[in-house]
Design a protein around this ligand. Structure first.
Ligand code: NI
Ligand code: MN
Length: 232
């Protein structure tokens, strides 16, 4: 599995030649647009198979409609309420909820609970916030979405070992670095891709200090620039 960091919490997964875009927040993201071009990004890939959305906050759903319509064979996977919201806008969706693993062409996926909130900018209820566990024959990953640390994270490795966790580390609205270290212990996971930091002034971190803190705890923290990838 190839995991490419785009910006904020937006990542692109490649599994068996299929592309999954996570929480797209690019076009109206001033941090991204300072140095990069949305148009160039859009033109950088020809195919999109799935869009995964963790919750309804604008910094996670900003470009869902755009990508769904540009790649009209793509399927949006999110909670039931977010799926309904976008289905009414003509998006192809699959609504799920906290429950069992569900099979897709890339493997199986489970919607996990998050301690956060979930509402669209227009005030529409966005269901319960969540994250995803993906089990594939190219590895298993956990995408927590925006969340505080939760005791339930201890349960997630019981479903199958986690090769990489994508966790927010910016603090204030989500976990910070120290909490993400505890979370990765709960998850029995040594590799963490940090997201949800530096995009806004109130979630700024010191990248070197963050990496050192993980290293001291016998973990590896990946902090990637736009377009950089890791393989698991
Ligand atoms: Ni949020
Ligand atoms: Mn957020």
């Amino acid at each position: 599995m190839k995991i490419t960091f785009i910006t904020h919490s937006t990542c692109l997964l490649e599994i068996h030649g299929e592309y999954l875009l996570i929480d797209p927040f690019i076009s109206n993201n001033s941090f991204f647009n300072k140095n990069h071009s949305f148009e160039k990004f859009v033109n950088s890939f020809k195919k999109l198979d799935y869009i995964l959305v963790t919750h309804a906050h604008y910094d996670h759903v900003c470009d869902v409609e755009f990508f769904s319509k540009k790649f009209d064979n793509s399927l949006l996977i999110s909670n039931y309420e977010i799926s309904n919201y976008f289905r009414k806008k003509g998006v192809k969706t699959e609504g799920i909820n906290y429950g069992s693993f569900t099979s897709f062409s890339f493997g199986k996926l489970k919607y996990t609970w998050a301690v956060h909130s979930s509402v669209f900018n227009d005030g529409t209820y966005g269901g319960n916030p969540g994250g995803f566990i993906l089990h594939t024959d190219e590895g298993n990953i956990y995408i927590s979405g925006d969340t505080s640390i939760t005791n339930e994270m201890k349960l997630f490795p019981k479903f199958g070992s986690i090769d990489l966790s994508i966790l927010p580390i910016g603090g204030k609205y989500t976990m910070d670095i120290e909490e993400a270290i505890i979370a990765s212990n709960f998850l029995k996971c040594k590799k963490v891709l940090g997201v949800h930091y530096n995009t806004f002034l109130d979630i700024e971190i010191d990248k070197n200090q963050a990496k050192n803190r993980f290293e001291k705890n016998d973990k590896k923290l990946f902090l990637l620039n736009y377009g950089e990838s890791i393989l698991i």
